[in-house]
Design a protein around this ligand. Sequence first.
Ligand code: GCU
Length: 423
Amino acid sequence: MKPLILFFVFLLTVFQSAGQDGFNYDESKVPQFKLTDPLVFPGGRKVRSVKSWERRRKPQIFNLFEDQMFGKIPAGLKITHFRVLEESTETPYKNAKRKQVEMILEKEGKELRILMLIYLPVNVPSAPVFLGYNFHGNHSVTTDVEVKISESWCNNNPSLGIINNQLTEQSRGVESGRWPIQMILDAGYGVATIFYGDVDPDRDDFTDGVHPFAYRENQSRPLPNEWGSIAAWAWGLSQAMNYLEKDPGVDPSRVILIGHSRLGKTALWAGAIDSRFAMIISNDSGCGGAALSRRKFGETVKRINTSFPHWYCTNFKAYNDNEENLPFDQHELIALLAPRPVYIASAQEDLWADPRGEYLSGFYATPVYHLFGKNGLESPVPPSVNQPVMNQIGYHIRTGKHDITEYDWTQYIQFADRHLLKK
Ligand code: GCU
């Protein structure tokens, strides 16, 4: 390539990974802020026991997140039936069994169909499983020709074979680099994945996906404190768990949630609403996920509510340019997961997601882990790149950009081995 072209490619890479103009990427410009304390009640009394955390303080914090950020998930809405569409050991992987399960929600003549793809290691009788959404259809995570193509709406991306908002054969395998399935199986884990658009298409439209199944008469969008899309995706993960609990090939006490980016935000909230998940992994989840909002580093609350008005509930918009008045910050989302193992990962070039703010959430959630006698992130200073910490709260910042890579998965498997296999 000519030097000039190379220079432009370089500039493009810098802009893409570092984030967008008009946002702060300068640590010295991070405002002074005071965080809410998860272990202090609003009146000033301290939480001193697991019992008072579990019974009183944790529900207070949970209710605030639900009411002010993610929105309430309608009670009682459930997948009505699960259908195993096919299962086979003929897959591109060694020692593997594939299952494709349809999760159907039927209500008043309407139907929502969600497809789950599962690979299990045949040599493990009841396997721990990583469960997470994919961005571009189940068939995008693998070259396996038997994997069905979802018909749900997807953002156009002709280079990935997504045309007229439909996934196509051309998108088969395009995300396989993010899903090292053979490596996961070889480590003795299964993997289950769902296209997130099956549950709710990722656009500001509340007439599609699961939301309409819970509307009262004449309702056409959620109320200000009712579920946005992230909460809907979190609901879908709980529904998947309802299936996994009954699959004899799966160990329901060791289902691990994993998600990248917006799907990492989803994994965190899904872990908070459903204690059946044994471990939670947030990969580069950033703003509205693991990153502290009050730092206003990279993406901000206003920016996320503007670009993605459907992700959080309407009440969350009150905190645009008003992070100081949030009744919580994201360290308390991590605290809601205690004492379960949680892994927060960042990437060095992913400044948009505020790596330091992601680390600090784990650090400030640590006192709640201490209450349970567990170590979290003990140092206020993040570790160097590619130096994972694997206490009950795990963390790494790897070299490279916003993505989920084999390096990330290698750490997650090791973290899961350490915290779940010792049982
Ligand atoms: C955008 C968005 C982030 C999000 C990311 C993703 O960059 O601003 O909040 O995490 O998309 O999901 O890939």
